[in-house]
Design a protein around this ligand. Structure first.
Ligand code: GTP
Ligand code: MG
Length: 411
């Protein structure tokens, strides 16, 4: 990701789903105005999901995702269906592409949805993903049937209905719940926020990490004043302020020092806590972290990272966190043996059985839908789910203080 681009976790994820040959890839090319993906009359041309970030007017920054057809048969087919379903876990808006020329009505009536298409609609509804049904190949119809509420007739080939489709998607984006902001509800215009961002050897060269950049931007959008310091100069920064800050946000690694140096009447939290709230799983993560107190000798803990390229997260996840957890659960007595299993990048495992708990990274590269899906998978299997920063705050005894400004959260 370039520093000048909107991160993919912040883009509206638009997924194109449907049966093979319905024209999903053709429609993706028509909507984006680019030859992004391969189109052919052979069923099953698209074998893997393809994503592309772009600015798409009138919607804004989007991630467009083309998927393999879902009516595939056989072992390979099942794999493709699974891949398409995984895409749905992070999809903000789904477009169900239906071949309108598949009609028995002599090309005048819209075709009834097939079993596979109805299955998809049921999955959209179950996952609460807003969707549109795009009847494609409308150029093959002798007369266009009337459009229902969430239906639209388009032709990827002639371009008919493509602008209207984009406008309909933009409308859904605008009327969908407004996203909670990172510091939303926590500061007033004119407030000062002190952000503590350590620069250690594992930090990326020459820049701040994504959650820190996003938080600074968010403070600015809330008309706040962001003061950014390393933990070394934290007290100096506090002393230099004429008024007490409205909020201190620290990197979890500096929690102990920053907590000790923050006056008790100044609200203190961490980037991890605010991001868990922003992505919609803070309550579950605060509940889940308590499983740390029940870890027994021989238990397995899954440490999960959303991407593969953050040295700093890798260092916390694979080295520091296991050490801190081992020390915490042993409590100075005979050491308990915990088996840490590490997963990074790619997919979240379907089967979580056998794990005592899951500790996830801050997930700066994953969108809120994907994180809520992961948390829900864990919840469905009764496995406690938390994140790095919340685990650190809990083990250091400062979680209660770190969520005190969020009345909806009880520790
Ligand atoms: N007449 C007509 N043909 C279309 C239209 N859109 C797509 N096609 C044709 O339909 C066939 C399938 O198109 P694709 O875009 O590859 O379909 P797909 O849904 O991506 O198919 P898979 O990747 O195999 O799942 C191609 O031969 C396209 O040229 C359209 O609007 N009108
Ligand atoms: Mg395709």
């Amino acid at each position: 990701m370039s520093m000048n681009e909107t991160p993919s976790s912040e883009r509206v994820h638009i997924g194109f789903f449907g049966r093979r040959n319905a024209g999903k890839s053709s429609l993706v090319n028509a909507v984006t105005g680019q030859d992004l993906v391969i189109v052919s009359e052979v069923k099953g041309t698209t074998t893997d999901p393809v994503s592309k970030s772009m600015e798409l007017l009138p919607i804004g920054p989007v991630l467009i995702i083309d998927t393999p057809g879902i009516d595939d048969e056989g072992a390979l087919g099942e794999l493709r269906v699974r891949k398409a379903q995984k895409v749905l876990n992070k999809t903000d808006i789904a477009v169900l592409v239906v071949d309108a020329s598949d009609s028995d009505g002599g090309g005048e009536k819209r075709p009834l949805l097939t079993e596979a298409e109805n299955d998809l609609v049921r999955i959209f509804q179950a996952k609460k993903v807003p969707f549109l049904v795009a009847y494609n190949k409308s150029d093959l119809l002798s007369k266009l049937p009337e459009e229902g509420a969430n239906e639209i007739f388009v032709s990827a080939q002639t371009g008919a209905g493509i602008t209207a489709l984009k406008e309909r998607i933009a409308h859904i984006v605008r009327t969908d719940d407004p996203k909670l902001k990172i510091v939303g509800g926590l500061i007033k215009p004119g407030d000062t926020v002190v952000l503590v961002t350590p620069i250690d050897s594992a930090a990326p060269k020459g820049r701040l990490i994504l959650p820190q950049q996003q938080t600074i931007r968010d403070v600015e959008e809330a008309d706040g004043i962001a003061v950014v310091v390393t933990e070394k100069l934290f007290t100096a920064a506090l002393n230099g302020l004429r008024h007490k800050p409205a909020l201190v946000i620290t990197d979890s690694q500096a929690f102990a020092k920053v907590s000790a140096e923050t006056p008790l009447d100044v609200p203190l939290t961490s980037f991890s806590i605010l991001f868990a709230r922003y992505k919609g799983f803070l309550e579950a993560a605060v509940r889940g972290v308590k499983a740390l107190d029940t870890i027994q000798d021989g238990d397995r803990v899954l440490v999960c990272e959303g991407c593969t390229h953050h040295r700093q997260c890798d260092d916390i996840g694979t080295v520091k966190l296991p050490r801190w957890i081992s020390e915490y659960v042993s409590g100075g007595t005979a050491e308990k043996k915990i088996e840490f299993v590490f997963r990074s990048g790619g997919d979240f495992p379907d089967d979580l059985s056998g794990y005592k708990m899951i500790i996830h990274c801050g997930a700066c590269m994953l969108n809120d839908r994907e994180m809520q899906y992961r948390q829900k998978c864990a919840d469905d299997q009764n496995i406690p789910f938390t994140n790095y920063g919340i685990a650190i705050a809990y083990m250091q005894g400062i979680l209660k203080r770190s969520v005190a400004m969020l009345p909806e959260i009880t520790v």
